[in-house]
Design a binder for this molecule. Structure first.
Ligand code: GAL
Length: 380
């Protein structure tokens, strides 16, 4: 069984008091692995505690930073993001840089953030350059998670620890780090949970998503990059949550939109022309594509909440506002703030020679009309 560190909004709030260890003092809770898809219980608790946790976390981080400022002033961090042109990863990267510099005391000029331009060869070059420059730690959002074994080996040979973020290497690779004592780790969120939450948001509607009342929930699935585990799991678990709730489903279309708003819009525009009123639900693997899909839905004169439903993932500000205004059925908060903090704290743990778990997961939070304002307060 792989060892997995779970970091939740709730855990951050409650564990703060007991655990101020680690470089950022960001509280972390260590649990044995629970690899089954998480349930709603965690969400409800997390939703309630979300605002409080965010405030507590930032307060604690500030206090912890005061205690550690200066320790990292000469440390060099190499960061590569799979591509800058991605809404969610832009929020993540901004928070990561802010936290490293403002809360942990790294110098801005010692942090280099590169754009992988969605090209693994380009990103591999960037990593080679970081190694040649002798950075102290790497934080990598790989273009292709399948390149993790070779990247890990070259960093390991150079004695540079790596924190992988957002795109999860496979379980065998993660296990290898643990078995061989390699200084590499993953920080992310379990995409099965986000898929489950999307499906539950539909299943919990009074008509369980059957907008046209024909007894079957007919959906279209707008996928991210299908090589990405986030896209695979969200696709699978959103539908699973519906069928688990006893809802009859029919897939009208599944198409890749590569996390991209314009592609999402085109796919849904074509699907609306092809399937018309047969479509009850539009599942989008992320909010960028959902925003595109919503534009297509509005252009086709369909009314979300009345004759069609749409859900996304990420909790982009615009999407959360749409949820508040009833223009989107729901989304799921992909907590880039906790993920960025955890990634930075763990990078510091490596720098301080501390033991690091090989997998570190942050909880998602369900976002519906009921808690959208709370989530908006956190993300905006
Ligand atoms: C997902 C996120 C997407 C996209 C993707 C990139 O977690 O929901 O919007 O950013 O990561 O790998």
């Amino acid at each position: 069984m792989r060892v997995l560190r779970k970091v939740t909004a709730v855990a951050m709030a409650s564990a703060m008091v007991v655990s101020m260890a680690g470089c950022g003092g960001g509280a972390k809770e260590t649990t044995a692995a629970a690899t089954e898809a998480p349930t709603t219980a965690a969400t409800e608790a997390a939703t309630e505690a979300a605002t409080e946790a965010a405030a507590a976390a930032s307060e604690a981080a500030t206090e912890a930073a005061a205690a550690t400022t200066g320790d990292y002033a000469d440390k060099k961090v190499g960061i590569s993001i799979y591509k800058f042109d991605d809404n969610f990863m832009t929020l993540y990267r901004t928070e990561l840089e802010r936290y490293l510099t403002e809360d942990l005391g790294f110098k801005k000029e010692n942090i280099t953030i590169m754009d992988g331009k969605n090209d693994q060869a380009e990103q591999t070059n960037q990593i080679d350059n970081f190694i040649n420059q002798g950075v102290d730690v790497l934080i990598l959002n790989l273009v292709q998670s399948s390149s993790a074994p070779s990247v890990t080996d070259k960093c390991n040979e150079a004695g540079i620890p790596v924190v992988y973020i957002n795109r999860e290497p496979d379980a065998a690779e993660e296990q290898r780090w643990k078995d061989e004592g390699i200084k590499a780790t993953y920080v992310g969120a379990d995409a099965r949970q986000s898929g489950t939450f999307q499906g539950e948001e539909i299943a919990e509607l009074e008509n369980h998503g059957d907008a046209n009342g024909d007894g079957v929930v007919s959906y279209i699935m707008v996928q991210g990059d299908p090589e990405n585990v986030d896209a695979q799991y969200r696709t699978e678990y959103s539908v699973k949550a519906l069928t688990d709730a006893g809802v009859k489903v029919e897939e009208l279309l599944k198409q890749r939109g590569d996390w991209d708003q314009a592609k999402g819009q085109q796919i849904v525009q074509d699907a609306l022309t092809q399937f018309g009123d047969k479509i009850d639900v539009v599942f989008c693997n992320n909010d960028a594509m959902a925003l595109g899909a919503l534009a297509a839905i509005q252009a086709a004169d369909r009314k979300v909440g009345e004759d069609i439903y749409i859900v996304g993932v990420d909790a982009l500000t615009e999407a959360v506002q749409n949820v508040m205004e009833g223009k989107m059925t729901g989304t799921v908060f992909n907590d880039h703030i906790s993920q960025a903090k955890t990634a930075a704290d763990i990078a510091c743990d490596f720098l301080n020679g501390k033991d690091v778990a090989n997998v570190n997961m942050v909880d998602y939070v369900k976002v519906t009309n009921e808690n959208a304002q709370q989530i908006l307060d956190i993300v905006k």
